[in-house]
Design a protein around this ligand. Sequence first.
Ligand SMILES: [Zn+2]
Length: 156
Amino acid sequence: MVRSAGVSAPTIPAGRADDLASRLPVLRAALERQRDFRREQVTQVDLHQPTRTPSATKDAAGRAQEPTPALCEIEALVAAGARRALTDIELALAQMRTGRYGCCRRCGTGIPLAVLEAIPKTTLCLACQQPAEHNALPAHTALRAPRRAERSSAAR
Ligand SMILES: [Zn+2]
């Protein structure tokens, strides 16, 4: 699928929907793969739950061998992340089924195809992805950095 670097390609205003439609099978396949992966991840972490031994086993030197807390923490983080991702993925797949994929599930804004291709499970537009605490700011008050007076070193 090579798009002719358009000499005669007009900019179609409604072209986005067509683009999205043509990419949908690929995106769906990617999502289904990710869903399978995450499901497996969640199952594995669940299986991995430390079996609680009443007395800590000790090695020859008499040191207690306990699961390293750091590892448990990481596993918990992985599990939480996997579950969150799984939720997002299933949401995105559900949106595909209802034909609403590519629209922000909160405000309905179209999500750029480039974003969907990079992260197919995206179901929120950028503005709605902002943490709740930032919602007080109007969306368009994007960080307008004060212009730095550029010092050109042409001091002559
Ligand atoms: Zn939105």
